[in-house]
Design a protein around this ligand. Structure first.
Ligand code: NAD
Ligand code: GLY
Length: 358
């Protein structure tokens, strides 16, 4: 088992990674302060892993809430179900919520923990590749609004992240590819050596070879932990973690939440960010092609959905959280392995880029 740390002073926490992190329950129990626990999960994950997790918590008063599966349910109405369950089971301020599932469950459980009785503890037990390399770490929590992705939420850190890689064996291939999008993102924004390693190992990763997947998760979490420790509330550098996301969030909202997976939208969004960076002369065409080939090899889309027009992107990108004082900022690349967050691009070049994908 590997252990990393997210270094945030009194809000620091460990990330445990391995095939056995949930095996005896002691790691989990170490991070539960009171005697009450509420496990939040969805109706796909519950039949697979809920009972086993409850058994690790025999000494606690455990309740659970099983939400409908999917991005389309990452909203107020579903969140309300968590609060209803917590109140019905009389959870007090010493309770701990456990998010058992993918990024949708992690983001909603974290937000519920941030709100319930003005804040209770929560622990992330991510079960998708995407949530194991990204959403479970860093404390961004929240829900979608019909007009924009992740528009309502809070920065609220978990007490621990337990990444049990055994849970990946039940994950559909399409979800594995979605997770690879965020892994490739880390190479593109921060680590050219890791990007080259990913090119060598993409087939092993898609088939979930144990050693290869653990290395990819570790490197991804290490990069994320480093960036979050430097800028927890995204005043600056943390925004680089959103490479491809401004385009991607527009795709998700336009298609209707859940129709394109988040990771798929990020894959196509990164291709668009590479295209724009190339048009601006910041990456070479050879670099762009190399990165696009890796995204394709991961099983991800390399273009936005057919029928999505420039005007659709312009309207949806205008509500991105990186817009400041009405000015759109984008994460772009200065070579592979180095990202910038900038508003310093010619709007006509962005338009040409979007037109090129129409
Ligand atoms: P998800 O939570 O919808 O899970 C994907 C699917 O896999 C679901 O159908 C789920 O039921 C199923 N599933 C989960 N674990 C499984 C398992 N072990 N076996 C079989 N099926 C399993 O999606 P996701 O890709 O995990 O997360 C995407 C969400 O994460 C988006 O809402 C995105 O906005 C958010 N996100 C948040 C952050 C952050 O920093 N907070 C970062 C990246 C993404
Ligand atoms: N997924 C982007 C972030 O955590 O900042």
């Amino acid at each position: 088992m590997q252990c990393l740390n997210v270094d945030l002073a009194d809000r620091s926490y460990p990330i445990y990674i391995g095939a056995d992190v949930l095996s005896d329950g002691s790691l989990l129990q170490r991070h539960i302060a009171g005697r009450q626990v509420c496990i939040v999960t969805d109706d796909t994950v519950a039949p697979l892993y809920l009972e086993a997790l409850i058994q690790k918590l025999a000494d606690y008063r455990v309740s659970s809430v099983v939400l409908p599966t999917g991005e389309a349910y990452k909203n107020w109405a579903t969140l309300q179900q968590v609060f209803d369950a917590l109140l019905a089971d009389r959870h007090d301020r010493r309770t701990t919520l456990i998010a058992l599932g993918g990024g949708v469950i992690g983001d909603m459980t974290g937000f519920a923990a941030a709100c319930y009785q003005r804040g209770v503890d929560f622990i992330q037990v991510p079960t998708t590749l995407l949530s194991q390399v990204d959403s479970s770490v860093g404390g961004k929590t929240g829900i979608n609004h019909p007009a924009g992705k992740n528009m309502l939420g809070a920065f609220y850190q978990p007490k621990a992240v337990l990444i049990d890689t055994d849970s990946l064996h039940t994950l559909p291939a399409r979800e594995v590819s979605a997770g690879l999008a965020e892994i490739i993102k880390y190479g593109l924004i921060r680590d050219a050596g890791f990007l080259a390693w990913l090119e060598q190992n993409i087939t092993a990763l898609r088939s979930l070879d144990a050693t290869t997947v653990i290395h990819a998760i570790e490197r991804s979490c290490a990069i994320k932990a480093e960036v979050v420790a430097a800028d927890e509330r995204e005043g600056g550098v943390r925004a680089i973690l959103n490479l491809g996301h401004t385009f991607g969030h527009a795709i998700e909202a336009h298609q209707g939440y859940g129709n394109w997976l988040h990771g798929e939208a990020v894959g196509a969004g990164m291709v668009m960010a590479l295209d724009l960076s190339c048009r601006l002369g910041w990456v070479t065409d050879a670099e762009r092609q190399r990165a696009v080939a890796l995204i394709a090899a991961a099983g991800l889309p390399v273009a936005p959905p057919k029928g999505m027009r420039v005007a659709d992107f312009e309207q949806l990108m205008a509500v991105d959280k990186k817009v400041l004082d009405g000015q759109l900022r984008l994460v772009l690349l200065h070579g592979l392995g180095s990202a910038v967050v900038t508003a310093e691009f010619d709007a006509d070049v962005l338009r040409q880029c979007l037109l090129g994908f129409e």
